[in-house]
Design a protein around this ligand. Structure first.
Ligand SMILES: [Zn+2]
Length: 85
């Protein structure tokens, strides 16, 4: 294998352990809930969910769980409740 490719692989391994290098700009994801599937999306710095609870409260277990899963790859402000997370 070429040495330049080897150095890229080593760099990728190091980068992958430093999650704060990546911040999502936007995404759409399928979330498998206990009773239904929902679509969780992230756009303009905010998480959104298609479930009824989110429609009333502006947050839900799906957006909170997504925020926890992605950790530092989403800014704290993407959740309306700062205490969660
Ligand atoms: Zn939801």
């Amino acid at each position: 294998m070429q040495s330049s490719l080897i150095s890229k692989i080593e760099k990728a391994r190091r980068y992958a352990e430093e999650g704060d290098r990546v911040t999502f700009a936007n995404f759409t994801a399928h979330f498998r809930g206990e009773h239904n599937d929902y679509i969780v999306s992230y756009e303009n710095g905010k998480l959104h969910c298609t479930c009824d609870f989110f429609a009333g409260w502006g947050l839900c277990s799906h957006t909170m769980a997504t925020h926890k899963m992605l950790g530092c790859m989403l800014p704290k402000e993407s959740l309306p409740l700062q205490a969660v997370g």
